[in-house]
Ligand binder design. Structure first.
Ligand code: SF4
Length: 348
C-alpha cells in the first residue's frame, strides 16, 4: 500500500481539490487548514470542531507530521531550550531567549537535523548532516516557541532567528516556505523585518536571496575577519572567500535594504586580539552598513576552543566601537543548561 501523503505538504488549493476527491465538502478544507497553521493542531483529533466523520476520513487519507516536545531545559536566566522529536524519531532543538530589560523575546530555530558544514567550534557540526527539515517542521518551532513565550512570560515573541542547527541556505526551499507561513495571513502574520536568517556564508545563495528581494534580515556568521583564519574554523570559507561574501552582501543590501549583521564568536587566543579587531574594522568599512554582534562562546565537549576572557572581549569591542563600527557584546545565555547549539539534540 502506498504511504499516505503528509497533509501539511498540501497548499489550501491542493487540500480543497483533495477533499473533493475523497468525497468531503471543499469548504471544510479551510477549517482544517486553519487548524494546521493558525490554531496549532498537532494531530487530527485536536481539531475539536471538525465533524467526527471528517476526522475519521482525514485519518484514512493523510498523515499529519508534527514535532513533539521531548525534553525542556530552563536556565536561571530565563532561556528555555526545547528538544523536539520529529515524526521519524530524529531530534532537533529550539531555544527561547528572553531579554526582559529590552522586552525582546527571541526564538532561535533549527533548519536541518545536524549540519554538513563542520565548523570546528560547533556541536551541531560534529553530528554531520542527517536530513533537511520540512517547512512545517521549521514553522512549528516558531509557532510552539511563540506559545511557550506567551504562557511563561505573558508576551508573544518579538524576533525569530534562523541560527539553530543547520545551514538555512542549504535547505533553501523549506526555509523560504516556513518564512512565508510565519509572515503570511494563513500563518502567524509576522513582519519579515523581525526575522533574521543566519548563514555561514554561501555567496551564490546570498545573491539568490537578493534577486528574490526577500524582506527579512541577514546575519553572516563571520567569526574571523581574514580568510586564512576563517578557513581554519569554517571549511565553507575555502570555497566562499570573504571577498566573494562581501560582494554578495553588498548586492543583497542594494537590492533589499535589509539589515545585515556579522556574528562573531570570541574564541580565546584565536580571534580576540586587537589585530583581529583591526581586520574586522576594515571589513566593516565596506559599502553596506553592518552591525557586529560579539557572542561569548559556549564551550563544546571535545573541542579545543575556549571562551575569550570578558576583559579581552571588552577591549576588542571598544577598539571596534571607537572606529565608528556598531558593535554589541552578547553574554552567553543558558550557561547552566546545555547551551551550545546542538548540544542537547546531540545527546541522543
Ligand atoms: S556553526 Fe552553523 S554552519 Fe557551522 S557547523 Fe554549526 S550549525 Fe553548521
Amino acid at each position: 500500500m502506498a504511504a499516505l501523503p503528509d497533509i501539511r505538504t498540501l497548499s489550501l488549493a491542493d487540500l480543497q481539490k483533495s477533499f473533493v476527491e475523497i468525497g468531503q465538502p471543499a469548504y471544510r478544507a479551510q477549517q482544517v487548514y486553519d487548524w494546521m497553521w493558525k490554531l496549532g493542531a498537532k494531530k487530527f483529533d485536536d481539531m475539536s470542531n471538525v465533524p467526527a466523520a471528517l476526522r475519521k476520513s482525514l485519518h484514512e487519507h493523510y498523515t499529519f507530521h508534527s514535532i513533539e516536545t521531548d525534553v525542556r531545559q530552563s536556565s536561571a536566566d530565563g532561556t528555555i531550550k526545547t528538544r523536539y522529536t520529529l515524526h521519524d524519531g530524529k531530534k532537533i532543538e529550539t531555544v527561547m531567549i528572553p531579554v526582559e530589560r529590552d522586552k525582546r523575546y527571541t526564538a532561535c530555530v533549527s533548519s536541518q537535523v545536524g549540519c554538513s558544514l563542520t565548523c570546528s567550534f560547533c556541536a551541531t557540526g560534529q553530528m554531520g548532516r542527517i536530513r533537511n527539515l520540512t517547512g512545517a517542521e521549521i514553522y512549528d518551532q516558531a509557532f510552539d516557541t511563540n506559545k511557550l513565550c506567551e504562557e511563561t512570560l505573558g508576551s508573544p515573541l518579538t524576533n525569530i532567528v534562523y541560527m539553530g542547527m543547520g545551514e538555512p541556505l542549504l535547505n533553501y526551499g523549506p526555509v523560504m516556505e516556513s518564512i512565508a507561513k510565519i509572515t503570511g495571513s494563513d500563518g502567524m502574520s509576522w513582519s519579515p523585518r523581525r526575522i533574521t536568517v543566519s548563514t555561514a556564508g554561501i555567496a551564490k545563495m546570498i545573491t539568490r536571496l537578493a534577486d528574490e528581494q526577500v524582506k527579512f534580515n541577514l546575519a553572516l556568521s563571520l567569526h574571523a575577519a581574514d580568510d586564512q583564519k576563517r578557513s581554519r574554523i569554517m571549511p565553507i570559507n575555502e570555497t566562499n572567500h570573504l571577498s566573494a561574501l562581501m560582494e554578495a552582501l553588498d548586492y543583497f543590501y542594494k537590492k533589499t535594504h535589509g539589515r545585515i549583521s556579522f556574528e562573531y564568536i570570541a574564541l580565546k587566543g584565536f580571534n580576540d586580539g586587537l589585530d583581529d579587531a583591526d581586520k574586522l574594522i576594515k571589513l566593516c568599512r565596506g559599502q553596506f552598513p553592518v552591525k557586529v554582534n560579539v557572542i561569548e562562546y559556549n564551550p563544546v565537549p571535545g573541542v579545543a576552543f575556549e571562551k575569550a576572557d570578558e576583559s579581552q572581549i571588552d577591549k576588542f569591542a571598544k577598539k571596534v566601537r571607537d572606529k565608528g563600527v556598531m558593535i554589541t557584546v552578547r553574554r552567553s545565555r543558558g550557561k547552566d543548561i546545555d547551551a551550545a547549539c546542538g548540544q542537547l539534540a546531540n545527546q541522543t
